[in-house]
Unconditional design. Structure first.
Length: 478
C-alpha cells in the first residue's frame, strides 16, 4: 500500500509483513508496510503467515456457486418430499365413507398410528408393556401441554375429596344457573387420560348448564389395578353427597354421574354399587360409548372394524385387549392379546351357557348391524385354559362387567350414547336393552357417523350434536 492507496486486491495470498507491497500471483509472498497515522514507516513486524484461501469476489463465480447450492437444495427437498409422499401412500389406510370429520380424523389417525402403534410396538419390544403405556400417555398429553387459561367465568381447582384427586369446575355467580352437579369420570381404557384433557368439554357443559362439575382423577393402571378405580370413584361420590356438597353450593339430591368409554364403565358400575347399598345418591347416569362387558371380541361391531377400517388407530381390538389385561392385572403378552382378540379368553362352556347366550345374543341388535357384508356368525373357538380360568372369574363380576348384573330394577335412569364407528357400539346397545327389560328408564342416542373418542374432537359438528343432546337431557331430568 503506497501513498495512501486504499484499493482492494481481489486475491488473498499468504501474507508476510515486510517494508513494501507489491501485488503478486496467488500462492506467492508479498510484503506490507505498517503505517501509523503520521504516515511514517515503522519497523516491520515479524511475519504472520496464512495459507491462501482463494476467496474471489468475482460476481460470475459467486453467482455460479449460488445457483449450484440452490439447485442442490431444491433437489434434496424434492427427494425428501417424494420419499414422504411414497411413505404416506404406503401407510395410508382410507377411512370408511360416512364417518364424520373425515379429513381431520384421517390425519389424526395417521399420526396416532405411526407414533402409538408402529413406534409403540418397537417400544414395547424394548421396554415392555409398561414402557408402551408410558409412550401412549405421553402422546395423548402432547396436545394439552399448552392449554389456555380457564375462562373468567369458571374457577378450576385441583382438590382432594375423600383422599382422591379431583378437578373441580365451579361457574361464577353470573354463570351459575343451577345447584345440580355432575360427577364426571374420564375414559382412556383405565390406563391413560387425565381430567384436564377434558377441560374443553367441561367448559362447554358449564357454559350451557351453569352447574359445578367434579371430575375424578382416579389412579390409572397398571400402577394400580381393579378395584382401585372403582373404589375411588365411589368414595368421591359418597363424600360429595355426605359432606362436600356444601362447599360448592350443590343440592345433593340432584347429582348425575357421567363418563365416556372406560369412564362410562366406572359410571355404570358406580350406579349399580350404590343401588345394591340402597343409596339413591345418583339421580341420573349418562354413559357415552361405555365399556360394559369383555366377553365378546367378535361381535358385529368388532367385525365391522375388521372389514371396514382394520389396522387404523381408532379404538381397535388390540388396544381394548391390552387395556383389559392391564386393568385386571393379567399377564400382558402378545400371545394373550391375540387370544383375547380371538375370543379364546372365554371357555365354550361359559360362552354357551344360557346366561351368557341371553346376554350376548347378536340377534338383539338392530337388523342393519347384521348384514352379510358386515357380519358373520362365528363358532366359539377352543379357549386357552389358564387364561380363560382367570378371565372368566373377573368378567362375571358386575363391578367389571355391569352387563352381567342380575338385578337392575331401581337403578338410576340412564342416557346411553353409541357411535357407528366404534367397536363398543354393540355392548352399549345390549346394555340399553337390559336396562329397559328391568324397567329402568333409558334414553338411547345413536350417532351413525360418529367414532369412538368424538367427545375429544375439537370443532366437530357431531360433537356439538352430542353436547346438545346431553345438555337437553340434563336440563329436562336433573
Amino acid at each position: 500500500m503506497d501513498n495512501g492507496d486504499t484499493s482492494v486486491h481481489a486475491t488473498l495470498i499468504r501474507i508476510s509483513a515486510f517494508d513494501g507491497f507489491q501485488p503478486l500471483p496467488l500462492g506467492a509472498l508479498c510484503r506490507g508496510t505498517a503505517i501509523r497515522p503520521s504516515g511514517k514507516s515503522i519497523s516491520a513486524i515479524p511475519a504472520i503467515r496464512f495459507s491462501a484461501v482463494g476467496l474471489n469476489t468475482d460476481a460470475q463465480t459467486f453467482g455460479e456457486w449460488f445457483l449450484l447450492l440452490t439447485g442442490m437444495s431444491i433437489a434434496v427437498f424434492l427427494i425428501l418430499t417424494a420419499f414422504f409422499l411414497v411413505l404416506i401412500s404406503v401407510l395410508h389406510i382410507p377411512l370408511p365413507d360416512g364417518i364424520c370429520d373425515r379429513h381431520k380424523i384421517q390425519l389424526l389417525e395417521f399420526l396416532l398410528r405411526v407414533s402409538n402403534e408402529y413406534l409403540g410396538d418397537l417400544v414395547e419390544t424394548i421396554f415392555g408393556p409398561a414402557g408402551r403405556n408410558h409412550l401412549t400417555r405421553f402422546l395423548v398429553a402432547l396436545p394439552y401441554l399448552f392449554q389456555s387459561k380457564p375462562p373468567k367465568w369458571c374457577t378450576v381447582n385441583n382438590e382432594t375429596i375423600a383422599g382422591v384427586k379431583c378437578r373441580v369446575y365451579v361457574p361464577s355467580k353470573e354463570m351459575r344457573k343451577s345447584n345440580a352437579a355432575i360427577v364426571f369420570i374420564h375414559g382412556g381404557g383405565w390406563c391413560i387420560m387425565r381430567p384436564k384433557y377434558y377441560d374443553g368439554a367441561m367448559f362447554t357443559f358449564i357454559a350451557r348448564l351453569g352447574m359445578p362439575i367434579i371430575s375424578i382423577d382416579y389412579q390409572l393402571s397398571p400402577e394400580v389395578q381393579y378395584p382401585v378405580a372403582v373404589e375411588e370413584c365411589e368414595a368421591v361420590v359418597k363424600a360429595l353427597y355426605n359432606e362436600k356438597y356444601t362447599d360448592y353450593g350443590i343440592d345433593r339430591e340432584r347429582i348425575a354421574v357421567m363418563g365416556d368409554s372406560a369412564g362410562g364403565n366406572l359410571s355404570a358400575v358406580l350406579a349399580q354399587r350404590l343401588r345394591r347399598q340402597n343409596l339413591s345418591i345418583v339421580k341420573r347416569q349418562i354413559l357415552v360409548y361405555p365399556v360394559v362387558h369383555g366377553f365378546d371380541f367378535q361381535s358385529p361391531s368388532y367385525q365391522f372394524y375388521y372389514r371396514h377400517y382394520n389396522g387404523t388407530a381408532l379404538l381397535n381390538p388390540h388396544s381394548m385387549a391390552r387395556f383389559y389385561l392391564l386393568y385386571l392385572g393379567l399377564p400382558l403378552t402378545r400371545e394373550n392379546i391375540q387370544k383375547v382378540m380371538q375370543n379364546k379368553h372365554i371357555s365354550r362352556e361359559v360362552r354357551n351357557s344360557p346366561k351368557i347366550v341371553e346376554l350376548l345374543n347378536h340377534n338383539q341388535l338392530p337388523e342393519e348391524f347384521l348384514q352379510k357384508e358386515d357380519y358373520e356368525p362365528l363358532e366359539a373357538p377352543e379357549a386357552d385354559k389358564e387364561l380363560s380360568k382367570r378371565f372368566e372369574k373377573l368378567l362375571e363380576d358386575p363391578n367389571i362387567s355391569p352387563l352381567v348384573e342380575k338385578e337392575l330394577s331401581g337403578l338410576a335412569p340412564a342416557m346411553i350414547l353409541t357411535c357407528g364407528f366404534d367397536i363398543l357400539r354393540d355392548e352399549g346397545i345390549l346394555y340399553v336393552r337390559k336396562l329397559r327389560k328391568h324397567g329402568v328408564s333409558t334414553q338411547w342416542n345413536h350417532y351413525p357417523a360418529a367414532f369412538h373418542g368424538v367427545l375429544n374432537m375439537p370443532s366437530s359438528s357431531q360433537r356439538k350434536q352430542i353436547f346438545d343432546d346431553i345438555t337437553a337431557y340434563i336440563k329436562q331430568n336433573l
